[in-house]
Design a protein. Structure first.
Length: 262
C-alpha cells in the first residue's frame, strides 16, 4: 500500500500567530497532513523548535541558523545543537541554512562562513541539510560542491530555473516546492514542477509565509500543503494521490521520519 497522507517538510509552527500549535496540528490532520518538519531560523528559537518535536508525536525538528540571522552566530551553538541531537531522536537534520542575498550582500562573508560551519556539522553527524537559497544560486551550489561530503540535501522553497534544478539533481538533491507553485504568474516554478522527477520532489508550506491559493494574502498553515499537492498534480498531469504518495515516501527517506503510516 502507498501512503495516503501528506508531509509538510518545512513549516515554522512557532511563528504562526492566528492559531495555537494544537489548533494548527488538528487542522493539518483534517487536511491529510500527518507529519510536519519544523526548521529553525533564529538561534534564539533553538530551544522551542527542539521542544516542539519532543512534545508532539507528528512533529520533527531541524536545527540551524538562517542566513538572515547569521550575524547572531557563535561557535558555542555547535555544542548546543549537538547536545540536543544526542537526546532527541526526532531532530531530523540541520536547517534551515544557506545564503540569502535578496536584500543585498553586506553580510555575505559571514553568511558563507556560517553556512559552511553548519554544513560541516551536518556532515560530521551524518544528517541531511535543508538549504535556504535566495538570489544566491551560483554561490550556494559552489559551497555545496566544495564542502558537502555525505549529507543529503534539499533545496527549500526552490526558486531557480529548470536548468539550475537539473544541476541540483545531478548532485542528488531533493527539490521542495511550496505555495508559490499555486501562483498564476509563477511560470518558472510551474516549469520546474512539470519537469522535476517525482522521486526528487518534496512538498512544503513555509508557514506562516507564502500562503498558496486560494488563501493567498492570509496566514499560511501546514494544512495548506494539500493545495500545493493538488496544483503540482495538475501541472504534472498526474493523480494527486500519486504526488502525495511519492512525496511522502521521499520525505521519509530524506529525514528518517519513522515508519510510514499505512
Amino acid at each position: 500500500m502507498k501512503p495516503d497522507y501528506i508531509v509538510d517538510t518545512h513549516s515554522h509552527l512557532e511563528m504562526i500567530e492566528t492559531q495555537t500549535v494544537d489548533e494548527t496540528l488538528k487542522q493539518a490532520f483534517e487536511y491529510g497532513v500527518k507529519k510536519i518538519v519544523l526548521p529553525c531560523s533564529d538561534p534564539d528559537d533553538l530551544d522551542i523548535v527542539n521542544e516542539l518535536s519532543i512534545k508532539y508525536d507528528n512533529v520533527y525538528s531541524l536545527l540551524g541558523v538562517h542566513p538572515n540571522d547569521a550575524v547572531k552566530w557563535n561557535d558555542n551553538l555547535i555544542d548546543k545543537i549537538k547536545n540536543f541531537i544526542s537526546t532527541n531522536k526526532k531532530i531530523a537534520g540541520i536547517g534551515e541554512i544557506g545564503l540569502d542575498y535578496h536584500y543585498g550582500k553586506e553580510d555575505a562573508t559571514i553568511q558563507r562562513e556560517v553556512f559552511i560551519k553548519q554544513l560541516k556539522l551536518a556532515n560530521e553527524l551524518n544528517l541531511p541539510v535543508c538549504v535556504h537559497d535566495r538570489d544566491a544560486h551560483g554561490e550556494t551550489l559552489e559551497i555545496l560542491k566544495e564542502h558537502n561530503k555525505n549529507s543529503k540535501i534539499v533545496m527549500h522553497c526552490f526558486s531557480g530555473s529548470v536548468e539550475f534544478m537539473r544541476e541540483c539533481l545531478k548532485m542528488g538533491m531533493y527539490i521542495a516546492l511550496g505555495g508559490v507553485v499555486t501562483f498564476k504568474n509563477a511560470q518558472k516554478t510551474h516549469e520546474v514542477a512539470r519537469e522535476i522527477p517525482l522521486d526528487r520532489l518534496l512538498l512544503e508550506t513555509d508557514a506562516p509565509f507564502l500562503t498558496p491559493e486560494p488563501h493567498r494574502g492570509q496566514e499560511n498553515y501546514p494544512a495548506y500543503t494539500k493545495f500545493v499537492a493538488e496544483r503540482i498534480a495538475l501541472l504534472k498531469e498526474l493523480p494527486v494521490e500519486d504526488v502525495i504518495a511519492q512525496t511522502t515516501i521521499n520525505a521519509h527517506e530524506l529525514y528518517n521520519l519513522g515508519e510510514i503510516l499505512l
